[in-house]
Design a protein around this ligand. Structure first.
Ligand SMILES: Cc1cc2nc3c(=O)[nH]c(=O)nc-3n(C[C@H](O)[C@H](O)[C@H](O)COP(=O)(O)OP(=O)(O)OC[C@H]3O[C@@H](n4cnc5c(N)ncnc54)[C@H](O)[C@@H]3O)c2cc1C
Length: 413
């Protein structure tokens, strides 16, 4: 513990999972912690994540877990060393929230919700003396002070150290809008452009198809695509047709690859297998079966149980010649080409790629250009698929930044 007369004051800007974990670490180390957030309450994206079932972390073996962070796995493994998936589950248990491992290995709170966890956490943080300042949007620096736009006008605050945990730019209505990029860039901080991650993609649908099938799920379905090494690959899952194109878990899991392919080539093509359990030769046999007076759609429904949005996709994307030719039609059912034109905007994405480059910070997450300022969470330049990896790395980096800020202040005094 730090002696009372030398208690450092440390500001955390951003009350999401990363900022709150930094605040908890700082308070446990004896600092006076002030958390500032632009919104009327903290943890709004965390609460939203709990709406569909809060996927806190993942129970797979640690080497597999770390591989999910792709090119950044080496750096992120240092954070996860501070707070690994088991530590995170224990942390939740200490807050009175048990967790369980779902069939896919994903870890959820027993009641699937974020609100009880957040409530208990905020209660504990307040009990430890953490002070919260809501509706304070950080707008930059004035000399050495942080400048905030607050309900009664502009206010300035100074601190011995600062942790920025400002999130990415997805779902800006929940507080994280990426406006911090300009503020840090002005100070010379190297920032990779913010981009959508775990996002949907634009596909040109006809007005008729949009009007009738937006919102329809495709399940099961397989996607064939070209992987990072230029090799053919295939993945099974489900996704949803939207007004603009496609989105959903299968698409999200491949979204960073598709985004990069579009960046390199202007668009990318995938192939849908609408009947992933049926071999091609069986599909050909069924399509070649005499259909008498039945329509193509009626024939596909009775022979292959293919109906609804799947039949509509064939009509939407195949030429009339293909639809009338049994062999071509069977091939289209097994490998229907779909062109992805662009990722949906980052504001709609589950998460954000890009951000403060890890090279712009030292290993303790302090900005090289702004000593005493640490960064954590989704505002850093890393990405991961859904599955609890986003929250785990956000929490863990918050802990690293909090610890490092304490050490830095202690060294300075
Ligand atoms: C629909 C949805 C579902 C998700 N589900 C999951 C899931 O199940 N599992 C999972 O691992 N991940 C999930 N995620 C992702 C996860 O919620 C984020 O990765 C995580 O919240 C990032 O934490 P963070 O603290 O870095 O940023 P955030 O949670 O975005 O918090 C940043 C905070 O900073 C504040 N802020 C921003 N700018 C300023 C400013 N200038 N001044 C003051 N305050 C500011 C914001 O108001 C916000 O409170 C989901 C995301 C979405 C959108």
């Amino acid at each position: 513990m730090i002696p009372k007369d030398t208690v450092p004051n440390i500001i955390v800007v951003g009350g999401g999972p990363a900022g709150l974990m930094a605040a908890e670490t700082l308070a446990a180390g004896g600092a006076q912690v002030d958390v500032f957030d632009a919104m009327p309450s903290v943890g709004r994206k965390f609460l939203l994540a709990g709406k569909g079932g809060l996927n806190l972390t993942h129970a797979e073996e640690l080497p597999d877990f770390l591989r999910r962070y792709g090119q950044r796995q080496n750096e992120i493994s240092r954070w996860i060393y501070e707070m690994n998936p088991l530590n995170l589950r224990q942390w939740a248990r200490n807050l009175g929230v048990d967790t369980f491992v779902g069939t896919s290995g994903r870890v959820f709170p027993a009641d699937m919700k974020a609100a009880p966890l957040l409530r208990a956490w905020l209660h504990r943080l307040r009990a430890k003396g953490v002070r919260f300042h809501m509706r304070h949007r950080w707008t930059g620096w004035q000399d050495n002070a942080l400048r905030f736009s607050a309900p009664n006008g502009e206010v300035l605050h100074t601190a011995d150290a600062v942790v920025l945990a400002l999130g990415g730019a997805s779902w800006p209505q929940l507080g994280s809008n990426g406006a911090w990029v300009d503020l840090l860039a002005k100070k010379g901080v190297d920032i990779a452009p913010l981009e959508p991650s775990n996002c949907g993609f634009d596909v040109t649908w006809s007005d008729h198809f949009k009007a009738h099938f937006a919102g329809e799920p495709l399940s099961p379905v397989a996607i064939s695509y070209t992987n990072e090494s230029g090799m053919p690959a295939r993945r099974l899952g489900q996704f949803v047709i939207t007004e603009h194109g496609i989105e959903g878990s299968l698409i999200y899991s491949l979204s960073s690859l598709f985004r990069e392919q579009i960046k390199a080539h202007g668009s990318t093509q995938i192939h849908l297998d609408l009947l992933p359990d049926l071999p091609l030769h069986r599909a050909v046999q069924h399509c070649e079966h005499p259909r008498g007076s039945r329509s193509v759609a009626g024939h596909l429904q009775s022979r292959l149980n293919l109906r609804g949005v799947k039949t509509a996709l064939l009509r939407e994307l195949c030429t009339p010649e293909t639809q009338q030719n049994p062999v071509l039609l069977a091939n289209a059912i097994k490998a229907l080409p779909v062109t992805l034109l662009s990722p949906r905007p980052v504001a709609e994405a589950i998460s954000t790629a890009g951000g403060v480059r890890l090279e712009a910070m030292n290993k303790e997450l302090m900005l090289k250009d702004i000593p005493g300022v640490f960064c954590a969470g989704e505002m850093l330049d890393w990405e991961a698929p859904t599955g609890g990896y986003l929250l785990t790395a956000s929490f863990a980096s918050g802990k690293v930044a909090g610890k490092a800020a304490l050490n830095w202040v202690a060294r300075k005094k």
